[in-house]
Design a protein around this ligand. Structure first.
Ligand code: PGA
Length: 256
């Protein structure tokens, strides 16, 4: 059975009250998606309250970012992975394109964050993806290879057995312009083949999520791709009904 994962990336949105209402509705509506792993990633300051709301439910908790430092200490404004574990986080997003583009995270920083996450038992969701200019210049595969390779170099391919990869074309994030199911499938197959060239078993089990303007209308077609194992959902995860429909689209693939 395919192990789909649908993750909501709430980004820097909501308030304590709004996020409490969102998680409550999300948890309440999930009963029909029992074969899909569902994850919510609220802003760091709401991890504790959202974590309390998902405790004892099938919904998992993830963070959007973590420090690349090995040990806690004098790093003003940073959040260490051990702190995320204490909040009951199981997953953490690393290398989201917004972090790369707006906060200067290089491939090396992302790889260190990936390693830091795993060293604390958090499952990293490694985001990779090309910009529009890179796609138009036919550089998509080179970019994906470079971003993945930085992690493999630092952590070895075996580390991918305890990780999730998210293909998020930058031009599709928050733009309403989704990759076609074929574009997504091609990129996912490429990423899996990159891993398979080192370890076929790890590649076969690796979950590769698609992210970029996924909504209830396009999720089914995207998730039908043989190498698409779920989604990383931004804007649409802020509306519980919409997010639940996307989870249901993944569930429909499992029970098809
Ligand atoms: P989006 O964001 O669904 O709003 O395009 C996806 C993401 O950034 O993870």
């Amino acid at each position: 059975m395919r192990r789909y994962l649908v993750a909501g990336n709430w980004k820097m949105n909501g308030s304590r009250q709004a996020n409490a209402a969102l998680v409550e509705k999300t948890v309440a509506g999930l009963a029909r998606c029992s074969d899909v792993e569902v994850l919510v990633c609220p802003p760091a300051v709401y991890l504790e309250s959202v974590g309390q709301a998902v405790r004892g439910t099938p919904v998992r908790l993830g963070a959007q970012n973590l420090s690349d430092r090995d040990a806690p200490g004098a790093f003003t404004g940073e959040v260490h992975g051990a702190m995320l574990r204490e909040m009951q986080c199981e997953y953490v997003i690393v290398g989201h394109s917004e972090r790369r583009a707006l906060y200067g995270e290089t491939d090396e920083v992302v790889a260190r964050k990936f390693r830091a996450a795993q060293s604390l038992g958090l499952t990293p969701i490694l985001c990779v993806g090309e910009t529009l200019a890179q796609r138009e210049a036919n550089e998509t595969e080179a970019v994906l290879e470079r971003q993945l390779e930085a992690v493999v170099q630092l952590c070895e391919v075996a580390a991918l057995a305890r990780a999730v990869v998210a293909y998020e074309p930058v031009w599709a994030i928050g733009t309403g312009r989704t990759a076609t199911p074929q574009q997504a499938q091609e990129a996912h197959a490429f990423l899996r083949a990159q891993v398979a060239s080192r370890d076929a078993r790890i590649a076969a089990a690796l979950r590769v999520l698609y992210g970029g303007s996924v909504n209830s209308g396009n999720a089914a077609a995207l998730f039908a791709g043989p190498d698409v194992d779920g989604g990383l959902i931004g804007g649409a995860s802020l509306k519980a009904d919409e997010f639940l429909s996307i989870c249901a689209a993944a569930q429909a693939q499992v029970t098809r």
